[in-house]
Write a protein that binds this ligand. Structure first.
Ligand code: ZN
Length: 114
């Protein structure tokens, strides 16, 4: 079911990600909404209006961390969880944001064995 523009701010992160994925796969029905969805995602991005909760510094570095959800899944290198780490460039306080790895990225992991 398509959200309306008014619904977008109250979508959960998971729902917003899923609607964006659908918007890319089905440009037709989402034509009106895609821009609003992308704006919402940008506004929620970890680096938007960054302010370190420890020292108040406003610049940061970002890195990505992947981890398997269980020892068994690491054998097959599937179902990996991805986190974005946002590191304060003044005091190195680090925040983690969970992100989902797409099916395509998982398939690539299998091929590359990373
Ligand atoms: Zn800091």
């Amino acid at each position: 079911m398509l959200p309306t523009r008014d619904d977008i701010p109250s979508l959960s992160h998971r729902e917003l990600t899923e609607h964006l994925r659908l918007a890319r796969a089905n440009p037709g029905p989402y034509a009106e909404l895609r821009e609003a969805l992308e704006c919402e995602q940008a506004a929620r991005s970890p680096g938007t209006n960054y302010c370190c909760p420890k020292c108040g510094h406003d610049s940061f570095e970002r890195s990505e961390i992947r981890t398997a959800r269980s020892p068994l899944s690491s054998l097959f290198n599937v179902q990996s969880a991805r986190y974005t780490a946002v590191v304060c460039s003044c005091c190195a306080f680090t925040e983690f944001y969970q992100g989902q790895v797409s099916a395509g990225a998982q398939a690539l992991d299998l091929i590359l064995g990373s």
